[in-house]
Write a protein that binds this ligand. Structure first.
Ligand code: ZN
Length: 438
């Protein structure tokens, strides 16, 4: 992730989502409180989400098994499954296996690849896969399988102690966060963590708004051999990357009390009000949406039934019977990708002053051609050198730099039609600058 990314953004979003749950008697803090935290889960593979307070530590019947891990975390094998660029210009997704023994690591790698393939077949992950690095962490467990599978009394000694029946909810798959952090730290960088637990049982959980020692802001857990559990990961990244709200509601929650939500996909405004004030998803209203139907203002969302609207009847942020983000959701996701990753990274260090005989090089993230009209443009002291457009490496002297000290800038913009909001387009604009003397 980029250093300039304010970590607090994700934390605030998590707190906000949970603050909305206050009416159900939960706390307004995203962080631990009295040894519990709020996580999200899906009671069935086609249903809407729910939240639950879960203990931050695993139950004693599981933790007392704590033997020495089969392989110490710092001796764990880490494989760069996909590495498209430097960590400070990429979203680093760390995938940790749980409930795989030393002899089952090939199974883990296959299972992790299957989850990534399924998630990155969904737009906009599909088009922006090149902005991610994938790190596979081969955590070795003493036992095969995880606790609570198939029944609540089953206890397994595994690397990050994942277990079903968390808070007595069968489909809720919790982990020992501290152990997850210990393994996540083995990767060069960690923005988001997936824990793939060796099980055929449907289940998972989303931990968002984290401030972990490993640097990541969210953990999504999912069972390995259930063909719908990947949707939990795809949904959770909607929170942690897109800063999106849940679009589902709880019966009996009543009317949303305000204030206007900060998330891009819920609002107190009607469609007319959005159009008149040019706010939220006004520019998408009336468009055919990939989730079905048209973009409008559908009442219910952010856990409340009335007085709050979502963009479409259904979407992956409402239920897992669809794998589609709606158009405002896609836009927020792409803006989120660019908040943490860069289209353009410096191939030549920007740390020191260069001479005009130096070669200046930039690298473009490997996005699909035709997705967007990405062209590198070059500037000297803010004035474009048009003949250099499209080049990714050139000598500063070729830009006609005069005597003295100058700033050379390379800039690229993702012009995808999936972005309509000017702020999102600005997020999709990247530049690097060097100081050059002659
Ligand atoms: Zn959610």
């Amino acid at each position: 992730m980029r250093v300039r990314t304010p970590l607090v953004t994700a934390v605030a979003a998590g707190s906000l989502a949970i603050a909305a749950l206050g009416a159900a008697g939960t706390t307004a803090r995203a962080d631990t409180d009295g040894g519990t935290r709020t996580v999200e889960y899906f009671p069935d593979s086609h249903g809407e989400g729910r939240h639950a307070r879960v203990p931050t530590s695993v139950p004693e019947r599981i933790s007392r098994l704590k033997q020495a891990p089969a392989t110490a975390p710092d001796a764990t094998k880490v494989t760069p499954l996909q590495r498209t660029g430097p960590s400070d210009g990429r979203l680093d997704l760390v995938i940790i296996g749980d409930g795989y023994t030393a002899g089952q690591q090939a199974d883990f790698e296959e299972d992790a690849q299957a989850k990534l393939d399924a998630i990155f077949a969904i737009e906009p992950y599909k088009s922006y896969k090149g902005l991610f690095n994938f790190w596979l962490v081969d955590a070795v467990s003493n036992d095969s399988g995880v606790s609570g599978d198939p029944t609540q009394d089953v206890v397994k000694d595994t690397a990050v102690s994942s277990y079903f029946f968390c808070s007595d909810t069968e489909r809720l798959l919790c982990v020992d966060e501290k152990k997850v952090d210990t393994y996540a730290q083995q990767a060069p960088d960690s923005d988001i963590v997936f824990v793939v637990s060796n099980s055929t049982k449907y289940g998972g959980a989303g931990y968002s708004g984290l401030t972990s020692t490993a640097g990541h802001t969210g953990i999504a857990t999912m069972s390995s051999d259930n063909d719908r559990s990947y949707l939990i990961g795809a949904h959770e990244l909607g929170h942690s990357i897109g800063l999106l709200a849940d679009e589902y509601q709880y019966a009996g929650y009543g009317t949303y009390p305000g204030p206007e939500p900060t998330e891009a996909n819920t609002t107190m405004r009607t469609a007319d009000d959005m159009l008149n004030t040019r706010t939220k998803w006004y520019s998408w209203l009336g468009q055919n949406d990939p989730s079905g139907g048209t973009v409008g203002a559908y009442e219910g969302g952010g856990y409340y039934e009335y007085g709050i609207y979502r963009p479409t009847e259904n979407s992956i942020m409402r239920s897992l019977d669809t794998d589609q983000f709606n158009l405002p959701g896609r836009e927020a996701m792409i803006a989120g990708f660019y908040r943490d990753a860069a289209l353009l990274t410096a191939g030549t260090s920007t740390a020191r002053t260069l001479h005009t005989s130096s070669t200046l090089r930039v690298d473009l993230a490997p996005l699909p051609t035709g997705l967007s009209d990405v062209k590198v443009r070059w500037y000297v002291d803010g004035v474009e050198v048009r003949r250099a457009a499209g080049q990714q490496a050139l000598k500063a002297s070729a830009l006609g730099v005069h005597k003295g000290t100058h700033t050379v800038t390379a800039k690229a913009v993702d012009r995808t039609a999936a972005l309509r909001d000017p702020a999102a387009r600005r997020a999709a604009t990247d530049s690097v600058s060097w100081t050059v003397t002659r």
